[in-house]
Design a protein around this ligand. Structure first.
Ligand code: CTP
Ligand code: CA
Length: 227
């Protein structure tokens, strides 16, 4: 209903989005995850569809419904999210992704020695010795592709947002990075965002995630219509 009143600023564009947390197994019944609710990524997927885009959402485990009009691929681990994203980018030219928005809170590490069987509690002194391995950096991998889509990253920082945000955009080699203060956003319905691009930084004023998503999509449409 609302969609009819949105300007179709992304008409016909293919937009690929990651959202939610990842879940990294320790054993068949346990794992490591984080507090991402997926709300921001899902709101962005919805706003992109409202703006006329063909939207694919690669999502970690969340309690959210698939946004209307959006194709959702559900994954658990960072490796699965990476593989699903790469599979979408390897499609035919007709399905070429124009824009990639990495909103997922991807686990930086997985358990290298995850157990095939449920770990058993034996004695008080005998605790599991978990080892970690680094997960692929999905956003950096996409940005490094020869024919990369326009890449947008998200960064939840707990301090020094202006400094870390600008540095992270350069490190990931992406045109646009969206920053927020981590513990103010996870699971919340509203948020405040700072956009970092090659011009510097600008703030999107505090609003509910749906409004922020629409404003962010407008900013992305503005920037991608020029390239
Ligand atoms: N990201 C990703 N794959 C990863 C890690 C992060 O695609 N394995 C993406 C996130 O979706 C986000 C951006 O990279 O868009 C920044 O994530 P963040 O965790 O802030 O950056 P890191 O490079 O992992 O740095 P940090 O040490 O601060 O966690
Ligand atoms: Ca990280």
């Amino acid at each position: 209903i609302i969609a009819a009143f949105q300007p179709k600023t992304l008409a016909g564009k293919h937009v690929l989005i990651t959202a939610g947390p990842t879940f990294e197994p320790i054993d068949p019944v346990r794992g490591i995850t984080n507090l991402s609710s997926g709300k921001m990524g899902y709101a962005i997927a919805q706003a992109a569809w409202e703006a006329g885009a063909i939207v694919t959402l690669v999502s970690g485990p969340t309690a959210l419904d698939t946004p209307y009009g959006v194709r959702r691929i559900q994954v658990q681990t960072a490796q699965q999210m990476h593989d699903a994203v790469m599979a979408q980018l390897n499609q035919s030219v007709q399905h070429r992704q124009d824009i990639f928005i990495a909103v997922a809170a991807v686990a930086d590490w997985r358990i290298a020695n995850a157990s095939e069987q449920k770990l058993k509690k034996t004695s008080d002194s005998d605790v599991p010795q978990l080892q970690f391995a680094q997960n692929p950096d999905i956003l950096a991998a996409v940005a490094a592709l020869p024919d990369a889509p326009y890449c947008v990253g998200f960064a939840a920082e707990s301090e020094n947002l202006l400094q870390y945000g600008a540095a992270k955009r350069l490190k990931k080699n992406i045109p646009l990075l969206v920053g927020n203060i981590g513990h103010h956003t996870f699971g919340k319905d509203d948020n405040e965002l700072v956009l970092f691009d090659e011009q510097g930084h600008t703030a999107l004023p505090r609003a509910d995630k749906q409004t922020l998503a629409q404003n962010l999509i407008a900013e992305i449409a503005l920037r991608t219509s020029l390239i």
